[in-house]
Structures are given as structure tokens and as C-alpha cells.
Design a protein around this ligand. Structure first.
Ligand SMILES: O=C(O)CCC(=O)C(=O)O
Length: 236
């Protein structure tokens, strides 16, 4: 493994080290249609309090990218991962069954998609990290609860989800009774910012735990393309 890759892995590892409305539903479960398409909204709150916090600091935008755009992105990502195996022993034990990379150079077509993500997610004038993080979770892969390090990511984190739906769970770090679960359909963009980004752990549930209000979400292989803005000084 090259020094650059090691440094990059170490950074990703450190990134997680700290601690710890939906319209069209046709892409919720394209591979295996099921009752998930009846979930409206496909989000579950433990109480009204968290619904209030999430109102301004969390959203999922379904169908943010088209099937064609997803194909373009995946082609580029799959080319990068060719010959690379899924790993089951992450450095900080945060991710299971994954391949990951950080990329700053993309094709023009992908760069246009990423610019749309920036326009949708980040406040005007905020600068983003040049490296975009790509995380490929195998069908049996999952991400354990963690908060991204304030040293490496600013107040806004945005993620495109590709290929299959998954369940994102957010839990208040100092009060586990406050939580929400959201379906991230393939082709959607989710955005976490401020309190939700800093005070709540986030995780992608394993397939067998992927339920919202007793409705099963069939997670298969899932790729995320994550962008975040520059860290802010008073958080480091
Ligand atoms: O894949 C996602 O949606 C989240 C990724 C994540 O939590 C991380 O890379 O730290």
C-alpha cells in the first residue's frame, strides 16, 4: 500500500475516530419491490423533539440524481475499485464490509453532479474539502454509530446513495432516547448539518436490522459519495 493511500486511510479512520420528503418512491427498492414503497414519509422519529431538531438540520432528497447519472457515477467508481476486495477489519472498527477511496479528480459529467450536490447542500461562500469520499458497502456491510471528527469535516455533510436503499439511524450522543431513522433510497441525497451533524451519531444499519416502523428495507450493495465542508476553528 502506498504512503498516499496509508495517509488517506488514516485520515478516514481519524475522521470517524471521535467517540463515538419524499415524493417518487419507485427507486426505494428497485431490486426487490416490497412494502417499503408504502412508507410515507420514510422516516421515523422517536419523538416530536427530534423531529423539530431535524426539521432545519437534516433532509433526504429522493431522486436527486437520475438513473443515467447514477450509471455515470458508478462506472467511474467501479473502475477505481476494480480488483480491490471488500475489507472486514476497519482500522477503527467503524465500518464492516467496505471498500473506500477519496477522489479529487472526476470526469466532467461527474463533476457536474457533484457541483449540484454542493449547490444543494452547502451555504453560499462555504468551502468544501477537495477530496470526495466514496464508500462502497458490500451487501453484508454496515457502518457503526460514530460522529465524524470535527478536525476533518465542517458543519455540513452531504451524501449521495447509490444502487440500493439503506437505513440511516441518528442517535443523540448524550441521550439515546432521541433518535431518527430514515430510508436513503438509491439516487437520493441526504444532508446533515449543525446539531444533527455534531451531536448525533450516524450509522448505516446492517441489512437484517434495516426496518422502519416494522417495514423491512432491503439493503444490498450500497455506494455513498460523501462531501463535506472545511472544518471550522471553534470546533477543533
Ligand atoms: O455512507 C454514508 O452514508 C456515511 C459514511 C460515513 O459515515 C463515514 O464515512 O464516516
Amino acid at each position: 500500500m502506498s504512503r498516499a493511500m496509508l495517509t488517506s486511510k488514516l485520515k478516514r479512520s481519524l475522521l470517524r475516530l471521535h467517540s463515538r420528503t419524499f415524493a417518487k418512491t419507485s427507486r426505494l427498492n428497485t431490486d426487490r419491490p416490497g412494502p417499503i414503497s408504502t412508507l410515507n414519509p420514510p422516516i421515523e422519529y422517536s419523538c416530536d423533539n427530534i423531529a423539530g431538531v431535524a426539521k432545519d438540520n437534516f433532509c433526504v432528497i429522493p431522486n436527486f440524481i437520475s438513473d443515467e447519472e447514477e450509471t455515470v457515477l458508478l462506472k467511474e467508481i467501479d473502475k477505481h475499485f476494480r480488483g480491490i476486495r471488500y475489507e472486514y477489519d476497519h482500522w477503527d472498527n467503524a465500518v464492516h464490509g467496505y471498500r473506500e477511496t477519496e477522489k479529487s479528480k472526476w470526469s466532467l459529467a461527474t463533476e457536474n453532479i457533484l457541483q449540484r450536490v454542493r449547490d444543494a447542500a452547502f451555504t453560499k461562500g462555504a468551502t468544501q474539502l477537495p477530496l470526495v469520499h466514496v464508500l462502497d458497502l458490500a451487501a453484508n456491510g454496515y457502518i457503526k454509530a460514530h460522529v465524524d471528527s470535527v478536525k476533518f469535516c465542517g458543519p455540513t455533510i452531504a451524501g449521495l446513495s447509490l444502487i440500493s436503499p439503506s437505513v440511516l439511524r441518528l442517535v443523540k450522543e448524550d441521550d439515546s432516547t432521541l433518535w431518527l431513522k430514515a430510508v436513503l433510497p438509491a439516487g437520493s441525497l441526504y444532508i446533515m448539518r449543525n446539531q444533527i451533524r455534531f451531536d448525533y451519531t450516524h450509522e448505516i444499519l446492517r441489512d437484517e436490522d434495516s426496518y422502519i416502523r416494522d417495514v423491512k428495507v432491503n439493503k444490498g450493495r450500497r455506494v455513498s459519495v460523501m462531501s463535506c465542508d472545511q472544518p471550522v476553528e471553534d470546533h477543533s
